[in-house]
Design a protein around this ligand. Structure first.
Ligand code: XMP
Length: 506
């Protein structure tokens, strides 16, 4: 495997994803917690960083155990640290260098640059530049502005590059990474969804033996894939619980439950809508609603988990970005986790945690899901918040308002699928607003509710932009909702990006 030492760059995860795309397994670790370098580690990549190597508080790790012993590639900040720490010089660039640049490969025999064209586009993002390389370092490529754009150290397997090979705009970046991980490090390219499934099923069997495991299904991608994987490993010893909060999309509970059963899962559907809606009566504050829904969920889940005799494990659908974040250089940030709704199980149950997806990125979870034969309708689902329609009904949540929103939302979702737009959108939803407005239907004056439609593109939910859905599509959906849903006489489309707005309205 390849080890990636993280100096806090926004691109670190992208390096890992590219390496995995080459079917080579890799792990990200913070620069200040370098794990033991066992024989499995074939090479190390040093990431970029928001810091300048000249800053006192910047990462200045000791690389003695790695440099010269294992193949090493410094990217951007990593390259600058390899220069500065060994007798070179790094200074502020005369002009900050961001964006595309043309790289002239001067040493086309170099093992890292082999097979790249003489001139190729690369992506730069740095404020400092290496003005002097230490003795024994040799320049292998330059751009017009950056002489020391790529270098290697004579007599040892160490390389540095000032540009970012991992971003899409570095045209031959993947080739360079391939040269490093496959050519130089000699990694076997056998990391695939199939090999992951085989290895994980084997490990889970060993780890869990005849123990019983409980898992909360949400209908989403992660918990579904985790469940099927565990089911392959331990069969009926996996006990799944799927809670109907009364705040799911229309028919979601029955549809999803049926498809889980169809896949052979041992799943208990718990209809707890009355409890949730009862506790939400009269509550309008968004955070108060979230708290009630979270608390109720834990109560219902716990009661069900406790009823399973001798259960020893709690399985969760945690994925790699959550793991990286929780141990990141910058410390955990305020990202919202999709799985944070399960938790807070009573300590006296002494449950141990098993997280079979904790090494996978989202797209890999989907690939694994496809390998496992999971219904594409589940794998390609949009993210859906734990509190469900509870935070898409602004103001009080009543059974009547849930029903109205479910109808409108169903029309919108069906239309997105029918028009081939569902897969082009990262997340879509319908919001019931706490306002009424005047309309006219036939000869009658109406005074009814309004819904907002939301559709965004995003990669991780941290930033998002609204989708330019076709006018014809919006016209059709608006018309269908107003004609078919009693209680709604107006539809609006949300054209706000995040930031400064958020994806959900509450
Ligand atoms: P915002 O509204 O913060 O949403 O832009 C970002 C992503 O997080 C989801 N979201 C939640 N998920 N519990 C969840 O499990 C929550 O309380 C929650 N609030 C927002 C939202 O749907 C979007 O995907």
């Amino acid at each position: 495997k390849i080890l990636i030492l993280d100096f806090g760059s926004q691109y670190t995860q992208l390096i890992a994803r590219r390496v995995r795309e080459l079917n080579v397994y890799c792990e990200i670790h913070p620069y200040n917690r370098i794990p033991t370098l066992d024989a499995g580690v074939k090479g190390v990549i040093l990431s970029g960083s928001p810091y300048s190597v000249r800053d006192e508080q910047a990462p200045h790790p000791e690389l003695g155990a790695i440099k010269g012993r294992l193949p090493l590639l410094g990217v951007c900040y990593g390259a600058q640290w390899l220069a500065q720490n060994y007798g070179g010089q790094v200074e502020p660039a005369a002009s900050r260098e961001y964006g595309r640049a043309m790289l002239n490969v001067t040493d086309r025999e170099d093992a890292l640059l082999k097979g790249m064209p003489e001139r190729t586009q690369v992506w730069m993002s740095h404020g400092d530049t290496i003005t002097l390389l230490p003795a024994g370092y040799r320049v292998t490529a330059s751009t017009d502005d950056v002489h020391n754009a790529a270098f290697r150290i004579e007599g040892e397997p160490t390389w540095g590059i000032q540009f970012h090979p991992e971003v899409y705009h570095s045209t031959d970046g993947l080739k360079l990474l391939e040269n490093f991980v496959a050519g130089i490090c000699g990694c076997r390219r056998d990391w695939s969804p199939e090999s992951f499934v085989d290895a994980t099923v084997r490990e889970l069997r060993e780890k869990l033996g005849d123990d019983k495991v409980v898992l909360g299904l949400s209908g989403g991608v992660d918990s579904s894939v985790a469940a099927i994987l565990l089911h392959r490993a331990i069969g009926k010893n996996l006990y799944c619980i799927f809670v109907d909060t009364g705040l799911l999309r229309k028919n979601e509970f029955t549809d999803v439950l049926a498809s889980y059963r169809h896949m052979g899962l041992n799943v208990k559907g718990v209809q707890a809508g009355e409890k949730f809606l009862g506790d939400l009566r009269g509550v309008t504050d968004p955070e108060a609603k979230r708290k009630i829904i979270g608390r109720d969920f834990i109560e219902v889940f716990n009661a069900e988990a406790k009823a399973i005799e001798n259960v020893q494990w709690l399985a969760q659908g945690t994925i790699y970005p959550d793991v990286i974040e929780s141990m990141s250089v910058n410390g955990p940030s305020a990202t919202i986790k999709s799985h944070h709704n399960v938790g807070g199980l009573p300590e006296e149950m002494h449950l141990r945690i098993v997280e079979p997806l904790r090494l996978l990125f989202k797209d890999e979870v989907r690939r694994v899901g496809r390998t496992l034969g999971i219904d594409p309708l589940i794998l390609e689902r949009h993210p859906f918040p734990g509190p469900g329609l509870g935070i898409r009904i602004l103001g009080e949540v009543t059974p009547e308002r849930v029903a109205v929103l479910q109808e409108a939302d169903r029309i919108y979702m069906d239309a997105l699928k029918e028009w081939g737009l569902y897969d082009k959108v990262w997340q879509a939803g319908t919001i019931l607003l706490p306002v009424k407005s005047v309309g006219v239907m036939g000869d009658e004056r109406t005074y009814e509710s309004c819904v907002a439609l939301r559709a965004v593109t995003s990669t991780d939910g941290m930033t998002a932009d609204w989708v330019h859905l076709p006018y014809d599509f919006l016209a059709r959906v608006s018309n269908d909702i107003i004609n078919r849903v009693r209680g709604i006489n107006r539809v609006v489309y949300d054209i706000s990006s995040k930031p400064p707005a958020t994806i959900e309205w509450e």
